[in-house]
Design a protein around this ligand. Structure first.
Ligand code: GLA
Length: 346
């Protein structure tokens, strides 16, 4: 085990730890046991300079007060469930609601607020575990979750897995916000984004999908060719207006390569995101309103970073036409996300 340093103390007097994996000049990750949170990720940019590319907060108190899920591992169900309600095996379940009458990212006390246990660690790997009891947040079944973070010379990978003792919906993801020019650099408007998605799931004003898989063709969601993010977030498309930017799930097609590519020409830095998930929530930090201060002491504002959250589609417990979210005893939920950093000049 590598040593755990104290990051701070939560409002109940409980210590929050930070552990560091990876080695310069490769990616170096600082991980918190609170929320299995990716707090800092230092990489070498294409310009040869090291910088932290994750938006973050300064203290455990700030993380617990925030509803931005900065860097956190979210669950039991990432994204929204309409009204917090679903039916399973003839029974109705009511989950906690925390977003315009809907359940978001596990509800009022989601996995991002929990103290995870560091089960294993080495200089380049850490395994965090969480036990979510039967009835947790209104969900049925005791769920055991594992988050394995592994750093390689040019990449960071997160493998998520879960088992249950009763059928329950499970949808886990990482809610890291990236700014490839550094967390203090300003907006990601000029970053170029490419998405392996021909369709997206349009939503109502509260972010609940209509069920339609709409073609991206001719919309601000068309990132099949690299485009600056600002060109989409400033479009007056009704879906963008309602969300105050991009806050949408795109439908990832079958592909041999990355689901998303993010490039900053300013620092010649390129990130590829690989995943096995069918959807990717693309969120341009629309609710970052300057009320929270980053660990670097700067107020976080809209567009300072972009979250690319691989997951199932929103509200899939109520949408039999979407990929199914159900986990049963004897099965293992698995998903992965891998971020590869290729300096643009390399
Ligand atoms: C997700 C949601 C957004 C927002 C952020 C956190 O990405 O889709 O609407 O809630 O989390 O602020």
């Amino acid at each position: 085990m590598v040593s755990l340093d104290v990051f701070g103390t939560d409002p109940h007097g409980r210590k929050v730890h930070v552990l560091t994996i990876g080695q310069a000049p490769g990616p170096v990750l600082q991980l918190l046991d609170l929320g299995a949170t990716m707090h800092r990720l230092e990489i070498t940019g294409g310009d040869g300079r090291r910088r932290n590319v994750l938006l973050n907060l300064a203290t455990p108190e700030d993380y617990l007060a925030s509803t931005a899920y900065l860097g956190s591992t979210v669950g039991r169900y990432a994204n929204r469930i309409a009204g917090g309600r679903f039916q399973l095996d003839g029974r109705s379940y009511q989950l906690g609601v925390n977003d315009r009458g809907n359940h978001l990212h596990g509800g009022p006390d989601g996995f991002h607020r929990r103290h995870w246990t560091v089960a294993e660690s080495s200089p380049d790997e850490a395994v965090l575990e969480l036990l979510s009891p039967d009835g947790d947040g209104g969900y049925p079944g005791t769920v055991h979750v594992t988050a394995r973070f592994r750093v390689g010379p040019d990449r960071l990978r997160l493998d998520l897995s879960a088992t249950t003792d009763r059928p329950t919906p499970v949808n886990l993801t990482s809610h890291a916000y990236f700014n490839l020019d550094g967390d203090e650099a300003g907006t990601i408007d000029a970053h170029r984004l490419t998405l392996a998605a021909d369709a997206y799931t349009p939503v109502d004003d509260a972010g609940i999908p209509s069920g339609e898989l709409a073609p991206v063709e001719g919309t601000p969601f068309d990132f099949r060719q690299p485009r600056p993010i600002g060109s989409a977030t400033r479009s007056d498309h009704p879906q963008v207006r309602a969300a105050k930017g991009i806050d949408h799930n795109v439908v990832l097609g079958d592909r041999p390569g990355p689901a998303a590519i993010l490039v900053s020409e300013a620092t010649a830095t390129r990130m590829e995101l690989h995943t096995d998930q069918p959807g990717l929530q693309v969120y341009t930090g629309n609710f970052l309103d300057g009320s929270a201060r980053s660990a670097g002491g700067r107020l976080l504002r809209q567009g300072d970073g972009i979250a690319l959250e691989p997951q199932l589609f929103p509200d899939s417990p109520n949408r039999p036409e979407f990929p199914a979210p159900w986990l049963a005893p004897g099965q293992t939920y698995r998903s992965f996300v891998e971020w590869r950093f290729v300096t643009a000049g390399a």
